[in-house]
Design a protein around this ligand. Structure first.
Ligand SMILES: O=C(COP(=O)(O)O)NO
Ligand SMILES: [Ca+2]
Ligand code: NA
Ligand SMILES: [Zn+2]
Length: 311
């Protein structure tokens, strides 16, 4: 069934597991993610960025939002696993309202680059509108390093746990993304991978609410090797190691945003297939390996996060 993200996350919060939120831009990634969810009997959160809405809608975000709602609902309404659709990194009022209007389960208002009081004000505005429409809301505190939402934010500003408690009380958001040292993309750490578990623990104690980890891809070595075998150059790529990811779930992370790992799996499969099948031009064939690798990464992640058999 098509459900509200909050329902999925409240259950995960109670039982201390996490649900992956997988980004999509097209049909093939959605198919692969859904196949993984069916195999693992796991709830799924499908999420799209504002860029994905524009891409799918060929420039028209409302058309893109409505297309994604129709695609996801088509799968969700016909399956036993709960599936939600979430707007990731909402920053542009028009896009956020388009997602709500189109029927998204939840929206993120990302005003984390603004001073606290401004982040609170903006978030409160969105919460008022979204809640009136039965849509749940995610917000972010602190800044991820690396490329965040197309804007290179060089320094990462880690969450202040006391601020987090004040923020959620003031805004009434449904789930919160505390920055604890991750960043988006495939180049997360220069040296050793390290997250601020202490801050995460404090945020959980103070808020007791479902928490979100952004920049949570692991950069799966197996996929890096296949892709590089067939011409990719992912030198220097490094993600969140599985044991560190598991620790964040033990400490209270309940939604784990995963985009990069699926992108790398897809391109690994595509490169491998095209290299080995020079005569093929049927898209149902040449994207087959790509989809199979995405499904594999999805299935492994659902298992790792503890959401398998929680549908
Ligand atoms: O935070 C993410 C995705 O992070 P990754 O690049 O680590 O997949 N989306 O909002
Ligand atoms: Ca942000
Ligand atoms: Na999000
Ligand atoms: Zn993110």
């Amino acid at each position: 069934p098509y459900v509200n993200t909050k329902d999925i996350l409240e259950k995960a919060n109670k039982e201390y597991y996490a649900v992956a939120a997988f980004n999509i831009n097209n049909l093939e990634f959605l198919q692969a993610i859904v196949e993984g969810g069916i195999e693992k009997k796991s709830p799924l959160i499908i999420e799209t960025s504002e860029g994905a809405m524009k891409y799918a809608g060929m420039g028209d975000p409302l058309r893109g939002a409505s297309l994604f709602v129709k695609m996801v609902r088509e799968f969700a309404d016909s399956l036993d696993i709960p599936i939600a659709l979430h707007l990731d990194h909402g920053k542009n009022f028009k896009y956020i309202i388009s997602a709500i209007k189109a029927g998204y389960s939840s929206v993120m208002i990302d005003a984390s680059d603004k001073p606290l009081e401004e982040n609170i004000k903006t978030t409160k505005d969105i919460v008022r509108i979204a809640h009136a429409a039965g849509v749940s809301v995610e917000a972010e505190l602190g800044k991820l390093a690396g490329i965040e939402d197309n804007v290179a934010s060089s320094e990462s500003v880690l969450v202040n746990p006391d601020e987090a408690k004040y923020f959620v009380e003031e805004t009434q958001v449904d789930f919160l993304a505390p920055a604890i040292g991750t960043s988006h993309g495939a180049f997360k750490f220069k040296g050793e991978a390290k997250l601020d578990f202490d801050r995460l623990k404090k945020v959980k104690e103070l808020t007791k609410m479902p928490l979100v980890l952004h920049g949570a891809s692991s950069v799966v070595q197996e996929m890096v090797e296949i892709a590089e075998n067939y011409g990719a150059d992912f030198g220097g790529s490094k993600g969140v190691p599985s044991d560190i990811l598991k620790e964040t779930v033990r400490l209270g992370i309940n939604k784990v945003n995963t985009d990069t790992d699926l992108r790398m799996a897809f391109v690994a499969g595509l490169r491998e297939f095209l290299h080995n099948n020079p005569k093929e031009f049927d898209p149902r064939k040449y994207m087959d390996t790509a989809k199979a690798y995405v499904k594999k990464v999805v299935s492994d992640r659902l298992e790792l996060l503890g959401s398998a058999n929680k549908a």
